[in-house]
Design a protein around this ligand. Structure first.
Ligand code: ZN
Length: 506
C-alpha cells in the first residue's frame, strides 16, 4: 500500500520585546487569507515557491506517496503569539496523523514564542510526539532558530537554512526531506547531536556570507556534501528574544553513530566559540553615523542610511523617528526616507489633499514598554506630493513578481526630504516602495531606510555607500538595553567573562 505523509507550515519569528501584536489572523500573510490556510488553500499558496514545504511536496510526488497538507500559518515578526495558534496547528496536524501517517515533514521557524510557551516549536513537536511516539519527523528551520532540547528530542532529522537573506529555503526542505526518506527506506539511521552556546550574536555580524560564520558554515556544508555526515546546520540564533534557550547553536545528523555526530559538532561549535568576539557589532551614536554619511564624497548613486534599531522585519514598529530627526537636524539634502508606518498621519495628509502644505507630528505613536521607551514624534512641515493605494509589484530579486500592499501611502516633501508614510509596516527590500510613489531613489544623494539585511536585495545595486545607523527601538543592536529576565545568564557579550559550556577536549 502507498505511504501517506503529512506536511505542515508554522512560522513566526517572535521578538519578545516588540509592541506589535500577533493575532491569529496575521498567520495568513503569504496569501490573502484571514488567518492560517487549511484545506486546498495550503497547496495554492505554497506549491512551487521557495519554501521548505514546496520541496516536501515535490519529494512526495517523486516518491509517489499520498500527501496531506492540513495547515499553513506564517506571520510577520512581532510580539508573542496567542497559544491558540499552537492549538489550531496541532489539532489540524494530529487529525491528519490519526488518519494514518508514515512520516511528518514540518516547515517551522525555530524562534517562535507564544504567550504561554517560550519554545513554540518545542511544544508543537512534543504534542505530535505524544500521539505518535515512533513517527519519523523531518523539520526545516530558519537560520534564526533558537534551538532547544524539546525541538531536537521530538524530531528525527533537523536541517536549517544556510543563508541570510534566506534564499535556500526550498533546498533546506530537500536536505531534511531526503535524509528522512533514506531513513524510511532503511538506508540510514539518523542520530542527532546538538549544542547551544551562551552567545548572542549580532544580526549585523552573523550572516553566513561573512566571517566568522562563513568559514564554519563552509566546513559544515563540505562534510554534508562529501557524505561524512548526513546533515550539518548552524544557527545564528534570534537574539531579540528573552527566553531561556536563546543562543548560537548547531546540529549534526550522522548515520547510526552519535559519537561521530558529537565529535564533528563540538569541533564546529568550538570554532564559533573561539571567534565569539567577531560576532559583536559596535554601536555608535546616531549623530556620528549621520555625520559620517554626510561626509562621504559625492559620486554615483545614493548613500544609504540604514536604521536597524526599528526594523519591522524583526518586530519593530517602524515609527521610531530618531534617525529622521537627526537627518533633518544635520540638514541633509536630496533625501528620500521611509516608508514610515503611521496610519493616523496618512489619514490626515489624505484629508489635506495633494498640494496642501501641512505641519504635523509624524510617527512616534507606538510606545515600547518592554524597552521603557515612549514614542516620540518629529514635527515636520512639507507639501503633500502624492497619494497612492500602496500597491506595487516587486521587481527586485527578493520575492520577485509578488504584489505588495503596504496600505494607503503618502509622500510628504519637506523640500530637502521626500518622506514616504504608509498605513502598513514594510521592510524595504525592494525599490517599489519609493518608485510606485514617483520617487527614484537612484537619483537621490541619501536614502534613509528601516532595515537590517534585506534592503540589500533591492538597494545594494544603486548604493554609493552603506552606513549602518543604530537607532533606538525593539531591534537595537545594543543588547545591554534589553531588560533580560528569562534568558540564561551569563550570556556573551552582555556578560563578557562567560565560560564555554562545551565539553572539555580529551
Ligand atoms: Zn530568519
Amino acid at each position: 500500500m502507498a505511504q501517506r505523509w503529512v506536511v505542515a507550515v508554522l512560522r513566526h519569528e517572535t521578538n519578545t520585546f516588540s509592541p506589535v501584536a500577533t493575532p491569529v489572523r496575521d498567520f495568513g500573510r503569504v496569501g490573502p487569507t484571514d488567518g492560517p490556510a487549511t484545506g486546498q488553500e495550503t497547496w495554492r499558496f505554497y506549491r512551487d515557491t521557495n519554501n521548505p514545504v514546496a520541496a516536501y511536496i515535490d519529494l512526495a510526488e517523486e516518491e509517489n506517496v499520498e500527501l496531506d497538507f492540513p495547515f499553513a500559518g506564517n506571520a510577520h515578526p512581532s510580539a508573542p503569539a496567542p497559544d491558540t495558534i499552537l492549538d489550531l496547528c496541532s489539532e489540524a496536524v494530529i487529525g491528519s496523523i490519526e488518519k494514518g501517517c508514515d512520516a511528518l515533514f514540518l516547515d517551522l521557524h525555530g524562534a517562535m514564542v507564544t504567550e504561554g510557551f517560550d519554545d513554540g516549536e518545542g511544544e508543537l513537536l512534543r504534542r505530535f510526539r505524544k500521539v505518535a511516539p515512533d513517527l519519523p519527523i523531518a523539520v526545516a528551520l530558519d537560520y534564526h532558530t533558537n534551538l532547544s532540547a524539546a525541538i531536537v528530542d521530538n524530531a528525527t532529522v533537523i536541517c536549517g537554512y544556510r543563508t541570510y537573506p534566506h534564499i535556500d529555503m526550498y533546498e533546506t526542505g530537500l536536505r531534511a526531506g531526503r535524509t528522512l526518506i533514506r531513513a524510511l527506506n532503511g538506508e540510514v539511521s539518523p542520530m542527532m547531536a546538538w549544542h547551544s552556546l551562551p552567545v548572542l550574536t549580532h544580526m549585523n555580524r552573523h550572516a553566513p556570507s561573512m566571517q566568522p560564520m562563513q568559514a564554519v558554515m563552509e566546513r559544515a556544508m563540505k562534510a554534508e556534501a562529501d557524505g561524512s555526515i548526513l546533515n550539518a546546520s548552524l544557527f545564528g540564533g534570534f537574539p531579540l528574544s528573552d527566553i531561556p534557550h536563546v543562543g548560537l547553536s548547531g546540529i549534526v545528523v550522522a548515520d547510526g553513530n552519535k559519537d561521530a555526530a558529537e565529535r564533528f559538532l563540538f569541533d564546529l561549535m568550538q570554532e564559533l566559540w573561539d571567534k565569539r568576539d567577531e560576532f559583536v557589532f559596535e554601536v555608535e551614536p546616531i549623530e556620528q553615523s549621520v555625520a559620517a554619511a554626510m561626509g562621504i564624497a559625492p559620486g554615483d548613486g545614493p548613500v544609504m542610511l540604514i536604521d536597524h534599531g526599528d526594523n519591522c522585519g524583526s518586530g519593530g514598529n517602524q515609527d521610531v523617528m530618531a534617525v529622521l530627526a537627526e537627518v533633518i537636524e544635520q540638514g541633509l539634502e536630496n533625501v528620500c526616507a521611509g516608508p514610515f508606518s503611521d496610519p493616523e498621519a496618512v489619514a490626515s495628509l489624505i484629508d489635506a489633499g495633494i498640494g496642501a502644505e501641512v505641519t504635523l507630528q509624524l510617527g512616534g505613536k507606538v510606545d515600547m514598554p518592554a524597552m521603557s521607551l515612549v514614542g516620540q514624534p518629529v514635527t515636520v512641515t512639507g507639501t503633500v506630493r502624492r497619494i497612492t493605494d500602496g500597491q506595487f509589484t516587486v521587481s527586485g530579486p527578493m520575492f520577485t513578481g509578488v504584489r505588495m500592499n503596504i496600505g494607503r501611502t503618502v509622500v510628504l516633501d519637506t523640500g530637502r526630504i521626500e518622506i514616504v508614510i504608509s498605513e502598513g509596516r514594510f521592510e524595504p527590500f525592494d525599490q517599489g516602495c519609493f518608485t510606485h510613489a514617483g520617487i527614484d531613489p537612484a537619483r537621490k544623494d541619501f536614502v534613509l531606510l528601516k532595515s537590517r539585511q534585506h534592503f540589500r536585495a533591492g538597494f545594494e545595486p544603486i548604493a554609493r555607500e552603506i552606513v549602518m545607523v543604530s537607532g533606538p527601538g525593539t531591534c537595537t543592536s545594543d543588547y545591554s538595553l534589553f531588560p533580560w529576565k528569562k534568558s540564561r545568564r551569563p550570556l556573551y557579550p552582555i556578560d563578557p567573562d562567560v565560560e564555554s559550556n562545551l565539553p572539555s577536549q580529551s
